[in-house]
Design a protein around this ligand. Structure first.
Ligand code: RB5
Length: 145
C-alpha cells in the first residue's frame, strides 16, 4: 500500500517511529515533511497532504501527526476529498475505516505513546470500509457542503 505521511514539529518524532514501522512492513512511503523538530505551521502540512492524496488512487492512505492531532486534522478536513479522522485508540482506528471510510488518519505525537500509535496505524491500514447502503450514503454527504 502507498502511504503518504506528514507531521509538524510536534509530531516529527512519532512520524519517524511510524515510518520505521511502515518500512519494516514493506509499505511504499512518501514523506511530505517536516524534516526536523524545527517549528513549522501544521496547516501547511495538511495542505500538502490534501494536494498529494488528490493525485493518488483511492487505495492510498495518509497519516498526519501534530502535537495533538487536532490542528492538522481540522485543516485537512477543509478539503472535501479528505476524510481525516483523529484517532486515539484501536477502536477509533477501526471505526473510522469501517463507518467513515477515512482516507487520512491524524495522531497526536504528544498524546499517544509509540506502541499505541503503531497499533492505531496497523488497524487503520488493514481495516476496510463496510459498503452498507447507509454508510455509503453518509460518507457521500461528508464531501457535500
Ligand atoms: C505545535 O506546538 C502544536 O500546536 C501543534 O503540533 C498541534 O498540537 C496543533 O493542533
Amino acid at each position: 500500500m502507498k502511504i503518504l505521511i506528514g507531521s509538524d514539529h510536534g509530531g516529527f518524532n512519532l512520524k519517524e517511529v511510524l515510518k520505521n514501522k511502515l518500512k519494516e512492513i514493506g509499505h511504499e512511503i512518501v514523506d511530505i515533511g517536516c524534516e526536523s523538530v524545527a517549528a513549522v505551521d501544521y496547516p501547511d502540512i495538511s495542505d500538502k497532504m490534501a494536494l498529494a492524496i488528490k493525485e493518488e488512487d483511492e487505495k492510498t492512505r495518509g497519516i498526519l501527526v501534530c502535537g495533538t492531532g487536532i490542528g492538522i486534522s481540522i485543516k485537512a478536513n477543509r478539503y472535501p476529498h479528505v476524510r481525516c479522522a483523529l484517532v486515539h485508540d484501536g477502536f477509533t482506528a477501526r471505526l473510522c475505516r469501517e463507518h467513515n471510510d477515512a482516507n487520512v488518519m491524524a495522531l497526536g505525537g504528544r498524546v499517544l505513546g509509540d506502541e499505541l500509535a503503531i497499533e492505531c496505524m496497523e488497524i487503520f491500514l488493514k481495516t476496510d470500509f463496510i459498503p452498507k447502503e447507509s454508510y455509503v450514503r453518509r460518507v457521500k454527504k461528508l464531501g457535500e457542503c
